[in-house]
Write a protein that binds this ligand. Sequence first.
Ligand SMILES: [Zn+2]
Length: 348
Amino acid sequence: MMARDDMRGRAQTVLGLVDPATLGPTLMHEHVFIDLTPPPLRLNPPSEQESEIDLCNCWGIAYGQKQFMRNYRLDETDVAIAEIQDMKAAGGGSLVDLTVGGLNPQPDRLAEVARATGVNIVMGCGYYVNDYQSPANHTRSADDFAREMIEQITVGAWGTQVRAGIIGEIGCQAPWTDLEKRVMDGAITAMQATGAALNIHPGRDADQPLEVTEFIRARGQSLERVVISHIDRTIFDDDRLLRLADTGCVVEFDLFGWEQTAYPMSDIDMPNDGARLKMIKLLVDKGYREQILISHDICTRTRLSRYGGHGYQHIFANIAPRMLRRGFTQEDVNTILVSTPRRLLTLA
Ligand SMILES: [Zn+2]
């Protein structure tokens, strides 16, 4: 078991503790292995045999025109290694895998990919949204969830010896369920016990990020080490965005590379990369530069290069140079891609 004193000031990857100065440019919200199959499809998988993802169908699958079971699973080690090597070649140094309970986390395979690529992989812990949870979780207490998350950070996660280095993504639906509130309560306790940062997947409701940050503040926990994910599919107005940033939390635009406005999970118009950068520029101009993260949240096959997508390399190859052309300074880019990830991954 890791003692807090040995962890403090270090970052914990799936291969062990490292000096945070070695992390480099970091993607803070990705999935290397995941099973995102929606719960109704888990219960009733379609019986017909589906074709492979190919050049003729990948656009329609990505757009949501056709549901493809295979698209919800990232489970090929050789593909993961090749995609992460592409990221490294484009300048990426580290990646955070936030595949948590309900999404089939695979710690030993993450360690295998980290060894094969030389890229630092930090793993999350805890649980995803209510509807992905087993019946057994519905009767567990906040203390029980806290104990499990602390163990995942200090001993090992999901039956392995691989330790998590961040908490989350902790799932919330809108409306927020009792089970999810107990998991969040446990996550706050685990944060305080281990010094790990907390990443939150908010429900698809523009007011929920503030509801969650209020809950955390009421527990006496400040928000500098709390990240709210998926801002790009949740908040669409400047007023809410700035009010959220005012709480002190970190706002994460983590759907970079998602260039079409269609979003199959709810009836919204998704911003594209250009619109994301405008929202981020507003935050920088208003003085919130130290509270911004960007990532891709790759969680389906069609977002990987080998299945017609952009891959983990996109932000380093395309977005960082585009930021410089859109009025961001090199220091802005370094803060967003290097310093803020390093601060959050350094165990406090
Ligand atoms: Zn995610």
